[in-house]
Design a protein around this ligand. Structure first.
Ligand code: UD1
Ligand code: CA
Length: 458
């Protein structure tokens, strides 16, 4: 990262082809908003205080994303073109000097390395501008790179203004450039909206700098696939697949086993430790952090989850905003949500739901239970079918269970309730009052057996 590099990210456009109420750059791929991808790439080449997102459509929402990432914004109230977008930042950008990279907010596959290579090329060549270009089989819709007979870049001509011969050019403008900042701001006023779209084209800067006798260079992108721009939801899905594929590969190369990697969905910000095994169709999103030697079963869904080393989430389980301690097990078909926390070696089995509940180390709830708003101690056995009645129709109430408690099957624990250390609850009980340490609580009708009973009329 160089301290003399500034990055300007153009992100003020609406993106009508998305057919959406949400600004295009806020749509997500790989678990990040499109503009976040541009910011992450920019952070690889410039410090945050020199990164500027040009906002326009839904400026407030886009600004919030930029601010969360620690970068700055420039407002473009009216979208009068890519050149105008950069001009809107004149008061802050013109004084910064050094190099100015301009990139776009809707190309989420652009890598930080690509921007580094571009900025490095500008530095080495001392050109007034370096344009990132690509040779593509179909250049329709892109600006074409026009070179003189010596191969020097003279201009970029947009589709609408291009002649027949120019339209045949296969070298296209990526929309990403690195300028010598001083030369850029010295010449920017030469841009005029004298084109069929009546816009201030940033691309005109290339011709302007060339006409001023300055050197303009082009550098071809190593992987043209990075230039995939998002205009509609088909391209959004395509980018999403590519980003997740990149993520899976990165994880596998770092020591994570992924079975059928083409089926899993893993967000870019997810972290996974060595020798963890991820099953087919797992979906792991948000800021999930998975330790070493963990297992994530087939079709498990994890969002903002924490799995400490050796923890296992078996097939078809959901874990959101919840944590499994070391060697804890959940599932198959378990659900942990809203701040559930399992201690070391704690186990929950099929059809067990934990909500805002702490299950202490070594405790077990293996079948068919709902444990909500509960504090459960260590080495507790929660029988099949146990339900905490935490809601009285108005308020939520807590259940507190001490260490070593045994809760018999099919118990109904009516909160607020406390069951102290070592206590027993008989199977099938409805418990409404506190159970002291070591006591046995039975809350059910005694069985009646009528031996003399015969069905009437039998
Ligand atoms: C632009 C280039 C074209 C290049 C192509 C690559 C121009 C004139 N043309 O065309 O040479 O081949 O990108 O994809 O620059 N934006 C603003 N404010 C505006 C206008 C646009 O912030 O007033 C933003 C958009 O949100 C978008 C980016 O700039 O992120 C590019 O604008 P867009 O209209 O998509 O330009 P293209 O027609 O694709
Ligand atoms: Ca575009």
């Amino acid at each position: 990262m160089s301290s003399d590099v500034t990055v300007v990210i153009l992100a003020a456009g609406q993106g009508t082809r998305m057919k959406s109420r949400i600004a295009k750059v806020l749509h997500r791929a790989g678990g990040r908003a499109l503009v976040e991808h541009a910011i992450v790439a920019a952070l690889g080449v410039a410090p945050p205080e020199r990164i500027f997102v040009v906002v326009g459509h839904q400026a407030e929402a886009v600004r919030a994303v930029a601010e969360a990432a620690g970068v700055r914004t420039i407002e473009q109230k009216e979208q009068l073109g890519t050149g105008h977008a950069v001009l809107c930042g004149a008061s802050v950008l013109a004084d910064l000097g050094g190099r100015m990279v301009v990139t776009v907010g809707d190309c989420p596959l652009i890598r930080a390395e690509t921007l580094q290579v571009l900025a490095e090329r500008q530095y080495q060549s001392a050109a007034a501008a370096v344009v990132l270009t690509a040779d593509v089989p179909d250049s329709t819709g892109y600006g074409r790179i026009i070179r003189d007979h010596n191969g020097a870049v003279m201009a970029i001509i947009e589709q609408k203004a291009a002649s027949e011969a120019q339209r045949r050019v296969k070298e296209i403008n990526s929309g990403i450039y690195c300028f010598d900042s001083a030369e850029f701001w010295r010449h920017i006023r030469g841009i005029r909206p004298d084109n069929p779209a009546n816009e201030y084209y940033l691309t005109d800067m290339i011709g302007i700098l060339h006409a001023a006798g300055l050197r303009v260079a082009a550098t071809k992108i190593a992987d043209p696939g990075e230039l995939l721009g998002i205009n509609d939801r088909v391209q959004l899905a395509e980018a999403d697949c590519i980003l997740r594929d990149r993520k899976s590969r990165e994880l596998m190369l770092s020591g994570v086993t992924i079975e059928k990697p083409e089926t899993v969905t893993i967000d870019l910000d997810v972290k996974v430790g060595m020798d963890t095994i991820i099953g087919p169709f797992a979906r792991i999103t948000g800021n999930t952090v998975i330790g070493e030697d963990c297992r994530v079963g087939a079709c498990a869904i994890l969002h903002d989850a924490v799995l400490e080393d050796g923890a296992e989430v078996f097939a078809f389980s959901m874990v959101s905003s919840s944590k499994l301690g070391a060697n804890a097990h959940a599932g198959p078909y378990a659900r942990l949500r809203m701040g559930a926390e399992m201690g070391e070696n704690a186990h929950v089995g099929n059809f067990v739901e934990l909500k805002n509940t702490k299950l202490g180390a070594g405790s077990k709830s293996m079948h068919l239970a709902y444990l909500g708003d509960s504090q459960i101690g260590q080495k507790v056995n929660v029988g099949a079918g146990t339900i905490t009645c935490n809601y009285d129709g108005k308020k939520k109430h807590a259940t507190v269970i001490g260490d070593g408690v045994f809760v018999g099957s099919n118990s109904t624990l009516v909160a607020p309730l406390g069951i102290e250390d070592g206590a027993y609850v008989g199977a099938g009980s409805v418990i409404t009052e506190a159970v002291p340490e070591g006591a046995l609580a039975l809350g059910r009708a005694r069985q009646v057996v009528k031996t003399e009973w015969k069905r009437k009329g039998a």
